[in-house]
Write a protein of this length. Structure first.
Length: 397
């Protein structure tokens, strides 16, 4: 007998930067490759050839999504984290120390690898960002040396939504003869992306960020890149193992749907976000929106509610489906490195919430969220005022 989860009936979802639901069309495209077309893409018989053809179709679909010149420039991985690791570990695997340039607000998968490279003798430059989260391209140019092997700057930030001037950075790197890698996990499914025009040499993405399945992603590797012909036997010589045919089919279908729908989706979710912000500011005029005011992901909202412990709000109503920041850093006590980098204090970081809007978000969802969120914030602010009257606020560093 099925058990009805009463909490689920009132649950909302506003965490689309963490993950997205699998589109029905994506799921339908995947299903035959679990059963009818289950062959190993590495086999030479008809079952294997059918699977291999599906993989190559997906390669074309993903390449078209990001503007790759050749479908062979797409290598399939388990997701952007693995793609990022392949780039850094392959390029910095030699015995001679080299130089890496990254931004201060990269995804933890890049930051952790950069720290690992430093411990092994390589040099790492971490570029600061301004108060909106932008990297200054001139700072990239100034940081490049004769030993610089790679610049890695994410296209759009997963916490504050700021979109970087990757094209300008890419042109600087091209002139200086340095490879540019960009984590395009957040942008590929929601913004127009053309790696050729942006002068990007390497790019990472994950299917589950644009309505595809979890556990599959891709690495774009420009044909002229020195990353090719690595230690693996498959996927451009970068990684061994049996190809995840159903997942790759799902990634390819999600890429095709995203390419067709991302402009329409962007207009829809940006309108919802802007209307949501207007309602919040009317009720809570001291709230602060983080990130760039215009160069940002259409469905992202990072907002600070001064004096409020956001973690308490999330615990009070977990069915709201909201987040403090990156899913990769949830549960940690330290403040968001992204919010600290744009100038927020530790206290302000703890008062900041990420709200993500997606393809399936409706204004009715937003209204229900606002009706529950605003009273919780107001209650938190009253609590903070009471604590301030009778003693110092906790954690006001």
């Amino acid at each position: 007998m099925a058990v009805v989860d009463l909490e689920q009936q009132s649950a909302l979802y506003f965490d689309y930067q963490a993950t997205t639901p699998v589109d029905a069309g994506v799921l339908n495209a995947m299903l035959p490759y679990f059963s009818d077309h289950f062959g190993n893409a590495g086999s030479r018989h008809v079952h294997g050839r059918t699977a291999a053809a599906a993989v190559e179709t997906a390669r074309h679909q993903v390449g078209a999504l990001i503007g790759a010149a050749l479908p062979g420039e797409i290598a399939f991985t388990s997701g952007a984290t693995e793609s990022n690791a392949l780039v850094l570990r392959t390029l910095f695997s030699g015995p001679m120390p080299a130089h890496l340039i990254i931004s201060a607000i990269e995804h933890p998968s890049i930051l952790n690898l950069a720290a690992e490279l430093e411990r092994s003798g390589h040099d790492v430059t971490r570029l600061p960002v301004d108060s909106t989260g932008l990297v200054d391209p001139s700072a990239v140019a100034a940081a490049i040396t004769t030993r610089t092997r790679l610049v890695s700057v994410m296209h759009a930030n997963n916490e504050i939504g700021t979109v970087q001037p990757i094209g300008e950075i890419g042109r600087i790197c091209r002139v200086r003869g340095v490879l540019l890698h960009s984590d395009m996990t957040q942008s590929a499914g929601s913004l127009p992306v053309d790696v050729e025009a942006l002068c990007v040499d390497l790019a990472s993405l994950s299917a589950h960020k644009f309505y595809g399945p979890k556990g599959v992603g891709a690495l774009y590797v420009r044909q002229s890149s020195s990353l090719r012909n690595g230690p693996g036997s498959g996927e451009s010589g970068l990684r061994p193992g049996t190809v995840n045919v159903p997942g790759i089919v799902g990634l390819g279908t999600a890429a095709e749907l995203a390419r067709a729908r991302r402009s329409t989706d962007a207009v829809q979710v940006a309108a919802l976000r802007d209307r949501f912000v207007s309602e919040v500011r009317t009720a809570l005029p001291d709230s602060i929106v983080n990130g760039h005011p215009s160069l940002r992901l259409p469905g992202n909202l990072s907002i600070t509610f001064p004096g409020v412990e956001v973690d308490e709000i999330l615990r009070a109503d977990p069915e709201l489906g909201l987040a403090m920041g990156s899913a990769c850093t949830s549960g940690r006590s330290e403040p968001s490195h992204v919010l600290i980098a744009i100038g927020l204090s530790r206290t302000q970081s703890r008062s900041t919430m990420r709200i993500g809007f997606g393809r399936e978000t409706s204004w009715d969802d937003c209204r229900r969220c606002l009706d529950r969120l605003i009273p919780l914030v107001e209650r938190g602010q009253r609590k903070a005022v009471g604590q301030h009257r009778f003693g110092p606020l906790r954690g006001t560093e």
